[in-house]
Design a binder for this molecule. Sequence first.
Ligand code: GLA
Length: 385
Amino acid sequence: MTSPARTHRDVFGADPAGVWSAPGRVNLIGEHTDYNGGLALPIALPQRTAAACSARGDDLLRIHSVQAGETVEVALGDVGPGSPHGWTAYAAGVLWALRADGCEVRGMDVTVDSAVPVGAGLSSSAALECAVGAAASDLFGLGLLADDAARARLARACVRAENEVAGAATGGMDQSAALLCRTGSALLLDCRDGATEHVPFDLAAAGHVLLVTDTRASHALNDGQYEKRRRACEQAAAELGVATLREVPPGALDEALARLSTDELRQRTRHVVTEIARVEAAVAALRDGDLAEVGRLFRASHASLRDDYEVSCAELDVAVEAAEGAGALGARMTGGGFGGSSIALVPEDAADDAAVAVRAAFAARGWAEPQCFPVTAGPPAARDI
Ligand code: GLA
């Protein structure tokens, strides 16, 4: 048995019924587009969160986290908007959201062990939600892993857990990535209608590497800044008389900008509309094997997030510049921003140099050492044992 199963036996005094896991993600491009009905292009990471679980016959959730080093008990009847606080909200919230969706769910004993770094912008919270959700689906016979439509329903429950119970107004890309991505592919996610396509993403075959840098700059999605961006986009859409900024075609951008009331709304709108167009361009470039173009789009995306959307930070900018200076075709922040991680598209033979350059740039500024590691596109949430 794997380690979460052993820990489970130590903590709860019985073997788990099984072990489920779900991946973290990096988004290749299409940032802050999901809550605008736009396009995103995430891959599932090899790093996963495992949950050893057993069903209970009552309505108690007992959950132990190896990383938090604590065991918490939550009565499902006490779960709701704003309760519980902290990391347990993501797990308890999923059971609450499944019930709200009409699923018959009872309590569980859960032991969580995660290889997805927390606070690194790699969706550790979605990985936790989706691992617990996958377990609940199997343990209570919900069938929510059966096909993509069922997985999309589970993803929606996980998003409700995050939005309503954990209080982070996130858009849904992360949960879709954890449940719908496939090995060797990026997931082209259309957040207007939920449509998905799998875009082959095998950089090794093309002699390249996707290098992640966890800057270690702290990152939180429920500190108000993320939600402020989201509300600005909603206001811009309202001023333009459209449901979401997705409805602004790139060709109509200048005219739309002229109608907005503030510079802030113009900047946010320009980012969203151009970023959606960059996703389409990146998918075309990947299909054509044109990695130089993908790199160029990474650079443009980062500049837009830094200058127009204003969600980058010094650590992300330095990581991006150092990787590019060491031979990356392009680099960009990934995820919500305000800290977290960047990605760089690097020729295989420059990958070590890029990591060294990023570490040196951080050391020169007296910052904590960042973690640099290559990633490939892994599988979605599943039962492991
Ligand atoms: C976070 C959110 C996602 C998405 C990204 C930005 O990861 O959870 O929903 O909005 O930020 O693209």
